[in-house]
Design a protein around this ligand. Structure first.
Ligand code: DGY
Length: 321
């Protein structure tokens, strides 16, 4: 009898076909609508392998239903949507997709940083709404990126890739991380600093750390108050790392200059969210890894991880925390 796989969102045919050759595959056929929880609860019951996205919460009650489950393959590098301890306790392997999205996410992080610093969305709207009547000295002026100090919180693969880009803009790059990365410091001319120093010294603070119990609300009122009045906060990691109420107040009261967010605590963010009323916030809908090539690679890597486990092999991207 073939092993059973459930895929929680419509994937490109070539990825699904590869799995169909070996397993009995069912898939939620929608692209833009996530699988409802009650559907997932039923679908997971008989399966050996689950291919899921960051939109699905894989928690204890769900895993409880999945008596045959051997692997949860997340199509993302972040896996805060999965209760990894619970999965491990049940002998279920959890995998992610590191590496393949590093450069694409770093590109987007830098694009968001530049768009926020130079007010690109606002300037585009200004033109489209017929407000461009003349050139004037301080019209739509922003902050310089070149030569500024960038503080990276979380020097993983993506952090390093952002640092490399920053060096091309002649930026001074500081970082804070759980552990020091001496090689990267040397190779990229980075400076390790304590968290408070990074907040105080940086013109741009870039959040690139995973969301964990330790990093949740890592940037709150106290931390925002330490930042420069001209500072720009960029978050392309996970929403919960930055406290949204504190950020709203800091932006509203011009305690910091601007923020660029690709991620929110609750996604999709409500269009009524008060952060979206602020002119000094640039937002995009969690598109850090969204290039055609990278999303295809992520799907391939997630499928490969799933297939390895179901075929009794070691998955290359098994979460081992
Ligand atoms: C991830 O992989 O964790 C990103 O947030 C989506 O690509």
């Amino acid at each position: 009898m073939k092993q059973k796989v459930y895929i929680t969102r419509k994937l490109p045919d070539e990825i699904v076909d590869r799995m169909r050759e070996k397993y009995e595959v069912r898939m939620w056929e929608e692209e833009e609508i996530p699988v409802p929880r009650e559907v997932l609860e039923k679908e997971i019951e008989p399966v050996d392998g689950l291919f899921c996205l960051l939109t699905e919460k894989i928690d204890q009650p769900l895993l409880e239903n999945a008596k045959n489950l051997k692997v949860v393959a997340n199509m993302a590098v972040g896996y805060n949507n999965i209760d990894v301890d619970e999965a491990r306790a049940r002998g279920v392997v959890v995998t992610n997709t590191p590496g393949v999205l590093t450069e694409t996410t770093a590109d987007l992080t830098f694009a968001l940083l530049m768009a926020t610093a130079r007010r690109i969305p606002e300037a585009s709207e200004y033109l489209r709404h017929g407000k461009w009547e003349t050139w004037s000295p301080m019209q739509l002026t922003g902050q310089d990126v070149h030569g500024a100090t960038l503080g990276i919180i979380g020097l993983g693969r993506i952090g390093e890739a952002v640092a490399r880009r920053a060096k091309g803009f002649n930026m001074n790059v500081l970082y804070h991380n759980r552990s020091r990365h001496h090689e990267a410091e040397e190779a990229l001319d980075l400076q390790y600093v304590e968290f408070d120093e990074l907040l105080k010294e940086s013109d741009f603070v870039c959040v690139l750390t995973p969301l964990t119990k330790e990093t949740e609300n890592m940037i709150g009122r106290e931390q925002l108050a330490k930042m420069k009045k001209t500072a720009i906060l960029i978050n392309t990691a996970r929403g919960g790392i930055v406290n949204e109420d504190a950020l709203y107040d800091a932006l509203k009261n011009n305690e910091i200059w601007a923020a660029g967010l690709d991620v929110f605590v609750k996604e999709p963010v409500s269009v009524k969210h008060r952060l979206l009323t602020l002119p000094n916030l640039v937002t995009i809908p969690h598109i850090g890894s969204a290039s055609i090539q990278t999303r295809m690679k992520m799907a391939e890597v997630a499928a490969m991880n799933l297939m390895c486990v179901l075929d009794g092999e070691e998955a290359p991207n098994k979460i081992r925390e």
